[in-house]
Design a protein. Structure first.
Length: 304
């Protein structure tokens, strides 16, 4: 009788939960689906570049974002020592741009986190409990009657200008949209067979919502989060442009645009680069979000 040979790979895999392998397979399948979509591939590369710029802004920036050089104002792009030129105070545009991208991503992620944390449980309650739905949905409808920017500007004006307050204002303004998305998915799934089976086994409502419905609407929440990020980036730029967001000398793409409007004809590149940065960030997350939606729900593709 021969003794079976157990390799290191066998030892490593024997102790792993089958669900771990299943989740890994789903993750790889999702990644392949996104990258096989040309627009998804472009969006993924753009998102990766934007995130890397935000993470490594201190390494990318050749100068401090507030460092002035009064001997070299309005340097044109391509000037030795100033790749993207300088502004009216001689501050390096590339350095301020890198830190501005970081600030935009911070606001976007904070706004998404707030919208998900507040909107998801409210949407679950509204979609599952008919009594609560009457209250939550009416409040949501009233809030959605106002443009999100009006709400964000009002909240930012009340709380005061800062990065954190801008993120909170933008996050709160996106909560009604998240509630509506989660509510719709919950109402669709609460009549599904697996939910009825859980009810038949006397599972608590908390368990049904947390263990059966929430995991199945996670994809819709993730896709909605990719929609909120570019909206929050634009919102932050507008708030900073109006003086209600990030305050100088901290850099922001909106502040750079606000400063550049005074001398846009003399140095148009100072407005061009932050405007392009906003465009790239929003386009990146929109392309990635569309590819993610198509990968998670093939029926959402055009032509189906």
């Amino acid at each position: 009788m021969t003794t079976p040979i157990v390799t290191n790979t066998d030892k490593n895999t024997q102790g792993l939960d089958p669900e771990f392998h299943a989740s890994n397979n789903r993750a790889w399948w999702l990644l392949r689906s996104i990258l096989s979509n040309p627009m998804g591939l472009i969006g993924s590369v753009m998102v990766a570049i934007v995130v890397l710029v935000g993470l490594f802004a201190p390494l990318i920036a050749p100068y401090g974002f507030a460092q002035t050089n009064f001997q070299a104002p309005f340097q044109v792009p391509g000037t030795i020592g100033f790749v993207l030129g300088t502004d009216d105070l001689g501050r390096d545009v590339l350095s301020r741009l890198a830190f501005g991208v970081r600030a935009s991503l911070q606001v976007g992620l904070l706004a998404v986190a707030l919208a998900v944390i507040v909107g998801t449980p409210l949407g679950l309650l509204a979609g599952y409990f008919r009594g609560l739905d009457a209250v939550i949905s009416r409040l949501t409808d009233v809030t959605l009657a106002f443009p999100f920017l009006i709400i964000a500007v009002g909240l930012a004006a009340i709380s005061g200008p800062s990065l954190a307050n801008a993120a909170i204002a933008l996050g709160i303004s996106q909560v009604p949209t998240m509630i509506r998305v989660v509510r719709g998915e919950t109402m669709r799934l609460k009549s599904a067979d697996f939910v009825k089976a859980a009810i038949a086994t006397d599972a608590s409502k908390t368990r049904i919502l947390g263990m059966h419905i929430l995991p199945n609407i996670a994809s819709a929440i993730i896709v909605q989060a990719t929609v909120i990020i570019p909206t929050a980036v634009i919102g932050e730029s507008i708030l900073s442009f109006l003086g209600l967001g990030i305050q100088p000398p901290s850099p922001s793409l909106g502040i750079m645009l606000s400063d550049a409007q005074q001398y846009i004809f003399r140095a148009p590149s100072t407005a061009l680069f932050p405007g392009l940065a906003i465009l790239v960030i929003c386009l990146a997350f929109n392309l990635f979000g569309d590819a993610l939606r198509d990968a998670l729900d093939p029926n959402s593709k055009k032509g189906h």
